[in-house]
Design a binder for this molecule. Structure first.
Ligand code: HEC
Ligand code: HEC
Length: 374
């Protein structure tokens, strides 16, 4: 039942529209009705609390997944870490097709099919938002025209790590075109994980051979074999000692790799294959210790590897890698131009010919037979 004549309602609406001229299309009054579709899960206004979904006061300008005290899906957290901020463009995309825009969002809502329903509900929500994003006309225009790209949860390096909202307050780029924004310290830290041979970059942590054993059995053995021998054609991780001079050397961590830092870095960064970055730093220490054990580089099951003793472990083949000392060689040190013509003194003559034209070995399966072409 109407509490006042229709004409009065129109007059009130007229005032509202004048007060918020930035968004001409949306009708906050109509939006309040649309919001009934949201209110089972969301509250907005004085004293609004989180329900099934987060409260929506000041949602304009909020980083996606940024309301304090609400447990978001990792997809929403990842979208926020990827820099998504709620404004007319992003909200329009999300409300039209929540799961299409943020794959893996837990908002179980099919989306609003009509453009003016979206515009109206946004006008309504805007009246509970203080932020600049709520009143920028440019953003309003963009909402109708810009296609919003879907955000893949997997694109974020640390999808499962919740980042506090204050970490997301980011500086706008000062570059020539003003594009993008300065990466947050958390974003930089997520990528900056390389470890050098001297141990620089190692996270604090520890793990023993005995602890690594079950972690390896559960996460690695299916591909790399129980003892690092490699299942099927997956890479071999242990053994191969004394094969480097053979026709088909078996290059493993133990036989070939120069530095243990590569093992830690590689496993932490890329393994288990298909589920990278799922292990804790202590797990990676334990696995690295276990790989040393499989390669007979340590022999005690209670050997503990940590950031403290890491740099003291040497791999057997380190000495066979040589420093690239070219800058110190006399030729380069003197800054001479390389010789390009008539470099060999005296006349050029043929000293040898390739005798064996057919290079495929006759020996079949004999790995040490000569003549391989690889
Ligand atoms: C069935 C419950 C449900 C309904 C209905 C629903 N939502 Fe949601 N909404 C959620 C949940 C749950 C989340 C958290 C999503 C996540 O973490 O992935 C959410 C997230 C959001 C967000 C992101 C907020 C933030 O802090 O990042 C916005 C904006 C939003 N909803 C708006 C709406 C609007 C507007 C409607 C109505 C048109 C609506 N929702 C309908 C459950 C719902
Ligand atoms: C689903 C199969 C699979 C699983 C499970 C797996 N890996 Fe791997 N691993 C691979 C593949 C494939 C490569 C080679 C990748 C490449 O060369 O790009 C590899 C390479 C490696 C290498 C480098 C080997 C070399 O000589 O180049 C190490 C070390 C390694 N994995 C350790 C591990 C550890 C430790 C685990 C368990 C936490 C693990 N992997 C789990 C498939 C797997």
């Amino acid at each position: 039942m109407l509490k006042f004549p229709k004409s009065a309602a129109v007059a009130v609406l007229g005032l509202t529209v004048l007060a918020t001229p930035a968004w001409a299309d949306g009708d906050a009054g109509a939006g309040e009705k649309v919001f009934k579709k949201c209110s089972a899960c969301h509250a907005v206004g004085d004293g609004a609390k989180h329900k099934v979904g987060p409260e929506l006061n000041d949602v304009f300008g909020r980083t996606a997944g940024g309301a304090e005290g609400y447990k978001y899906s990792s997809a929403m957290v990842a979208a926020g870490e990827g820099g998504m901020v709620w404004d007319d463009t992003t909200l329009t995309g999300y409300l039209a097709n929540p799961k299409g825009m943020i794959k893996g969002t837990k908002m179980a809502f099919a989306g609003l099919k009509k453009d003016d329903e979206i515009a109206d509900v946004l006008a309504y929500l805007r009246s509970f938002s203080q932020s600049e994003a709520a009143v920028t006309p440019a953003a309003a225009a963009a909402a109708v025209e810009t296609e919003v790209a879907p955000v893949e949860a997997a694109a974020a390096p640390v999808a499962d790590q919740a980042v506090p909202a204050e970490a997301m307050i980011v500086e706008k780029s000062q570059g020539a075109f003003g594009l993008g924004r300065v990466a947050t310290p958390d974003e930089v830290a997520a990528w900056d994980i390389d470890i050098r041979p001297d141990g620089t970059g190692l996270p604090p942590g520890r793990g023993t051979v005995a602890e690594g054993d079950p972690i390896y059995a559960e996460n690695c053995a299916v591909c790399h074999g129980d003892f690092g021998e490699g299942a099927g054609r997956w890479p071999v991780l242990a053994g191969g000692h004394d094969t480097l001079l053979k026709e088909r050397p078996e290059k493993t961590i133990g036989s070939y790799w120069p530095y243990l830092s590569t093992v830690f870095d590689y496993v932490r960064r890329a393994m288990p294959f298909g589920n990278a970055r799922s292990l804790s730093d202590d797990d990676v220490y334990a696995l690295t210790a276990y790989l040393l054990y499989l390669n007979d580089i340590v022999t005690e099951e209670d050997f503990e590897l940590s950031n403290e003793n890491f740099a003291s472990i040497r791999l057997p083949n380190e000495a066979n890698f040589i420093e690239d000392g070219r800058p110190d060689e006399p030729h380069y040190a003197k800054g001479l131009e390389p010789c390009m013509t008539d470099c060999k003194p005296g006349p050029v003559e043929i000293t040898a010919r390739a005798q064996i034209i057919d290079v495929t070995p006759d020996g079949g399966g004999d790995e040490n037979a000569g003549g391989g072409i690889d």
